[in-house]
Design a protein around this ligand. Sequence first.
Ligand SMILES: [Fe+2]
Ligand SMILES: [Fe+2]
Length: 266
Amino acid sequence: MANEPIVLFDNGHHKCLMFDSLVTGEGVQSNQFLIVDGKHEALIDPGGDLTYTPLAMAASKYMSIKDMDFVFASHQDPDIIGAIDRWIVHTGAKIVTSRLWARFLPHLVSGFVSNQLSGSVYDRIISIPDAGANVRFGDSYLQCLPAHFMHSVGNLQFYDPVSKILFSGDLGASMGGGDDHLPVQDFDRHIPHMTGFHRRYIASNKVCRLWANMVREMDVEMIVPQHGKRFEGATMVDRFLSWVSNVECGIDLMGQDSYRAPVDYI
Ligand SMILES: [Fe+2]
Ligand SMILES: [Fe+2]
């Protein structure tokens, strides 16, 4: 079934599930992630109202979602954390996000909703400093890695040391690369599906290089972006790291022509 998750990892106790087909209609294809560790649950980048119900149903298979531990939000976008109000009301989860967004996310929650809470919305947010942090989760932890300016100014990525999966958010995103159920098989043919997005959404080559240096020091078996296909295995992870280290993007490509008062009407 299209809404069934892809099992990225499962050792019986610890599971990483990916949903790649919940977005229908005009929203951009997005992947959402459910991490289960025994009786503990976390979601990564669950998105907005469009994906709330199927994700909540999927998460309910493992435990009562009231007891969900965390919702990790890599940044502030609608496809990341648009339904924060629903997760806050229907679960006890803490929302983990960059300190840059901790005071802005409460704007997504209406007064009606926040009045139903015993505490404030802000009390439910764990604000991660720029240096990142490890968040204890079940018998393990999830690592919040600094990935600022890729693309959001306060941007985190999440590494799971049990599965060795790096959830890379918008970095590595691809559009129109074919069946998103499958990992990238031919890296060279995949490049055109990533290029346009990275050139406009990622801030600069400098941050990509620094990020790749950090990841090369880690034990990563899979890089899974929030849009499009994933990179599985050492060869593909390496290919992605070297591609992204060399990609020209963002302010590298900006010149005076990018900043002129427009003359056209739409
Ligand atoms: Fe984004
Ligand atoms: Fe995104």
